[in-house]
Design a binder for this molecule. Structure first.
Ligand SMILES: [Zn+2]
Ligand SMILES: [Zn+2]
Length: 112
């Protein structure tokens, strides 16, 4: 995995538009736009990814199409905690992880 610079993993602005999408602008000037369902399908919590095998248990295809972000709260300066409209509330997404899963064309597949 590429080591990301501190600026690449430091958000300067986090915007939630309705429950459908979340936009993060990073200190290095990059902007990431996440759609709710895709983001829910990448939840890194122990219910969604097996702690023993690392296998993904809940992916985008398992998530209801209309899932929305009910709330997104920063945890310290290292992560975001999400409450989802489907009742899932255990997901904590580190900023490093969020930057790595940026779905934009420039980042997609760059560092899976
Ligand atoms: Zn989860
Ligand atoms: Zn990107």
């Amino acid at each position: 995995m590429t080591v990301l610079s501190p600026d690449a993993t430091t958000p300067v602005e986090i915007r939630k538009k309705g429950g459908e999408r979340l936009t993060i602008r990073w200190a290095d000037g990059h902007e990431s736009v996440y759609l709710a369902r895709a983001l829910r399908g990448r939840c890194p919590c122990a219910q969604c990814v097996s702690e023993t095998t690392g296998a993904r248990l809940v992916a985008e295809g398992h998530v209801r199409p209309d899932v929305a972000i009910a709330a997104a709260r920063p945890i310290g300066n290292y992560a975001l905690h999400f409450d989802w409209s489907d009742g899932h509330t255990t997901g904590i997404y580190g900023f490093d992880y969020l930057r790595r899963i940026c779905p934009c064309a420039a980042c997609a597949g760059a560092d899976a």
